[in-house]
Design a protein around this ligand. Structure first.
Ligand code: C5P
Length: 220
């Protein structure tokens, strides 16, 4: 199991959605299943990597043979990622909530009978990918981000790569009609320093195997 081109390498993968509490029983989430991140972790493991898999509350089970760290919120995910460094490569496949509820209630919020509506206030979550991509000493040699876009995928993803400071962006079109978010297939564009590569639509495990092979080549 530990043989392969990534033997001796430690790779971090974030995956799944985050849950941002409103009160102890309610939260804000998104439609990420964690399927693509889970497949990537499994593919890296299959190439011999030691994988730390940091996952939000996903709807697919984590892969075997990796170190699984379960988190709920973006802030927890940021803390676990920081504590996991240094790594050789980091793949940020999680659909991290951009905002958390700043005025989350300590007790379950109740209707007061007068029709008064609750008001949620938001605070910006830490950008985990950008933080790692832009760190100086201790930066992983390869930092890979994802871009879930619904329009002009390539242009938006190229801009995102520059803004985040990561090495690669795996971009996909998550428009409702594509069935990609929560589905079993993915159609991605890989953005690197050399430009954009359009990959054909394929099963998420196949996207994962190809990406893992590329990561192995980049670290070789
Ligand atoms: O900023 P945006 O959500 O468009 O970027 C997506 C990429 O950034 C993904 O790789 C995601 O895992 C990462 N991200 C993150 N922390 C955030 C927001 C996004 O690591 N707070």
């Amino acid at each position: 199991l530990t043989e392969g081109p990534l033997k001796g390498r430690h790779v971090l993968v974030t995956s799944g959605p985050t849950h941002e509490p409103i009160d102890p029983v309610r939260y804000i989430a998104n439609r990420s299943s964690g399927a693509q991140g889970t497949a990537i972790a499994a593919a890296l493991r299959d190439l011999g990597a030691r994988v730390t898999f940091v996952t939000g509350p996903a709807s697919v089970p984590p892969p075997g043979g990796v170190t699984v760290v379960r988190v709920e919120t973006a802030q927890e995910m940021a803390g676990v990622v920081k504590a996991t460094l240094p790594v050789d490569a980091a793949v940020f496949a999680a659909a991290v909530a951009d905002w958390r509820v700043a005025n989350a209630a300590g007790q379950k919020m109740k209707k007061d009978g007068t029709g008064t509506l609750p008001m949620l206030e938001f605070a910006e979550n830490p950008d985990i990918l950008a933080g790692v991509a832009q760190m100086g000493a201790g930066r992983p040699r390869l930092v890979v981000g994802f871009a879930a876009e619904t329009e002009t995928v390539e242009a938006h993803a190229t801009a995102k790569r520059a803004r985040k400071g990561c090495d690669w962006i795996v971009a996909n079109d998550v428009s409702p009609g594509t069935g990609i978010m929560g589905g079993s297939e993915n159609a991605v564009v890989l953005i690197t320093a050399d430009g954009a590569e359009v990959w054909p639509r394929m099963a998420k495990p196949e996207v994962a195997r190809r990406l893992a092979a590329r990561i192995a080549a980049a670290l070789a």
